[in-house]
Design a protein around this ligand. Structure first.
Ligand code: SF4
Length: 605
């Protein structure tokens, strides 16, 4: 099939073996790329292993749209069995590594085994080497990026971890280009466990597409369409930070560890403040709507911001200064810590301190202490040891009912939307296939603009449609969803792109079915890896059901548990899963996953 480099590169760090394998047409047709390839490989090859052992594998996977001359296509997916959740984990990242990987002749890299000494992987077309990285070990991601760029040239795609990944901190992510991050559920710790500091990728070839002229024409039109959109100018001024004001107005800003939805200092740090402080922009390759906004942080250095990190390192920990949030964010990027999980962990410690559950004083909005905590969490030292395994692990350590306000689903910290008054978004977090990520179904804007307080079946149907699009198609194609989400770029362009790239015309029905196959396989993976996995994994924390907002326009509102149960039951029914959330045999068979149904049949509850 056209549009793919056609090869999987496999590197075993235990024995140094490097091999190249053909990717079959059926794999491309049934799983497309990105997340689809990742779950298929993990299902086939990574079975009931300790995520931080040498038996786990880490997958770097592109899709047919990755790196093409198309809007916002410079993405790849990084996936592994997650050390944070124990189930399937992945994240997408915008990086030149995605573009160069395909140019080097590979769609996917699978790294397995474990090196004895720190190393990095150098991929230059046919030349693949495991290189000693003793001099890089311990360096932060900015320093290591500079060293590797100096050595390999700026025309390299670099993926790397910081000291937190080396220290096996389970909320560590993978970084690229000093600000791009991906792999929230501990992908950085998986690299650290393999003593793999980085991948440096260079490529000089070109992927052969079905109709390059057509693709060029479509790509040019796509960029023009995005620029002509009404909301484009506002997006360029505020990017994802336009959500800050909106969330505050709609009482869904994560505030004081998700207790409240409105922050008293919001006007001092919203998108308009960002506009005034902005000194530049950064983003992913191939993107004409770059969303990383740079301001001077409180130490005077440039630091990048977007909504998620401002929400979680600002209101969620009671901090109302954008330059101070920017400094925390920069530190997190240097250490290689996921900013969403980090904000949740700091918020958890602040609340634990307020409730007298820990002896240390960690006050809301205390910038100095928060700064110290970032470093301690990166090192896994001191008070921060409690949260080294995320807030789920912290609540297990502290006990005393703290699980009720440990803000996670399946072990992954909730991203920056408080859902006391958004039941559809609560269900979205509850059913996301990696834990509480907004990536799969950001239904909140639709929900608030329609019937916000409905728990109706139509909301569940919409949620599944969003998951099929966002978590199925965009994550597997692999291309950024934000042109569609944020400026209304036409969804119909994507089947046209796929046709010009691969030569096959796929309808949205075909693409949705592929998304369903990927979701069912991910679900089966959770069940196989965690035999007791089932319905109770699909709930947000008790806080949203039990503690209504104490103020703001949603004062007194919380999620209705009984009605949530009904929505969850409809969700399973619509997906063709049983009421314990496990795909039925007939569903797996229909999706071409017969062997999978055989393997988990004995476990179906
Ligand atoms: S919109 Fe943002 S996340 Fe998406 S490709 Fe562009 S810079 Fe990257």
């Amino acid at each position: 099939m056209k549009g793919y480099a056609g090869k999987l590169l496999r590197v075993n760090l235990s024995n140094g073996k490097v091999s190249k394998e053909e990717i079959s047409d059926s794999m491309k047709r049934d799983f497309m790329g990105g997340r689809g390839f990742a779950i298929k490989l993990l299902w086939d090859e990574v079975k009931r292993v300790d995520p931080l052992s040498e038996k786990n594998k880490i997958i770097f996977s592109t899709g047919p749209l990755s790196g093409q001359l198309l809007p916002s296509s410079g993405k790849m997916v990084i996936a592994s069995k997650s050390p944070l959740t124990g189930g399937y984990g992945d994240g997408n990242i915008g990086t030149m590594a995605s573009v160069y990987l395909k140019k080097a002749g590979y769609d996917v890299v699978v790294v397995e085994g474990k090196s004895e000494r720190p190393c990095y992987l150098s991929i230059e077309d046919e030349n693949v080497k495991i290189v000693d990285a003793s001099d890089l070990w311990g360096k932060n991601t900015f320093e290591a990026q500079d060293i590797l760029e100096k050595k390999h040239g700026r025309n390299s795609g670099i993926l790397l971890i910081g000291p937190s990944g080396e220290n096996l901190i389970r909320i560590s992510t993978v970084m690229s280009q000093k600000g791009r991050a991906g792999g929230r559920p501990g992908m950085g710790a998986v690299m650290g466990s393999k003593k793999l500091k980085a991948l440096v990728i260079k490529g000089t070839g070109n992927v052969s597409n079905f109709d390059d002229n057509k693709l060029r024409e479509l790509g040019k039109k796509g960029y023009e369409e995005i620029k002509g959109k009404e909301s484009y100018d506002f997006w360029m001024r505020q990017g994802t930070m336009q959500a800050f004001d909106w969330c505050n107005e709609n009482a869904c800003l994560p505030t004081y560890n998700f207790k409240e939805g409105v922050f008293e200092f919001s006007k001092e740090m919203d998108g308009h403040v960002l506009e005034k402080l902005n000194i530049g922009r950064k983003g992913c390759p191939m993107c004409s709507m770059q969303c990383g906004h740079i301001i001077k942080d409180s130490s005077g250095q440039g630091a990048e911001l977007d909504y998620e990190n401002v929400g979680m390192l600002g209101p969620n920990i009671g901090l109302g200064s954008l330059p101070q949030v920017a400094l925390l964010n920069r530190l997190a990027d240097e250490w290689g810590l996921d900013t969403i999980s980090l904000g949740s962990c700091i918020g958890f410690l602040m609340e634990a301190s307020e409730k007298g559950l820990i002896k240390e004083k960690v006050r809301w909005g205390d910038f100095e202490t928060a700064q110290k905590l970032v470093t301690e969490i990166g090192r896994g030292e001191g008070l921060a040891k409690i949260v080294a395994g995320g807030v789920r692990g912290a609540s297990e350590t502290i006990g005393k009912g703290s699980h009720r306000w440990a803000m996670h689903v399946k072990g992954l910290e909730i991203s920056a939307y408080n859902c006391h008054a958004c039941p559809g978004m609560a269900l979205s977090f509850g059913t996301s296939p990696i834990g509480a990520s907004h990536k799969d179904a950001w239904i909140i804007a639709w929900e608030i603009s329609t019937d916000r307080f409905s728990y109706g079946k139509e909301k569940v149907e919409k949620l599944i449609e969003f998951q099929r699009l966002r978590g199925g198609f965009f994550e597997s194609a692999t291309v950024c969803r934000l042109p569609w989400v944020e400026v209304g770029f036409g969804l119909d362009r994507y089947p046209e792109y796929l046709e010009a790239i691969t030569g096959s015309r796929m309808t949205w029905e075909d693409l949705y079915e592929m998304g369903d196959r990927i979701y069912a396989l991910i679900r089966a993976y959770w069940k196989r890896e965690i035999p007791q996995f089932g319905r109770k994994w699909d709930y947000p924390p008790d806080r949203w059901f039990e503690e209504p907002h104490s103020g703001g326009k949603m004062k007194g509102v919380k999620v209705d548990r009984e009605k949530y149960e009904q929505m969850l039951s409809w969700y399973y029914e619509l997906r063709g899963w049983d009421q314990n959330g496990i795909p039925l045999k007939e569903t797996l068979d229909r999706l071409g996953l017969k062997d999978v149904s055989k393997e988990i049949m004995g476990q179906v509850g």
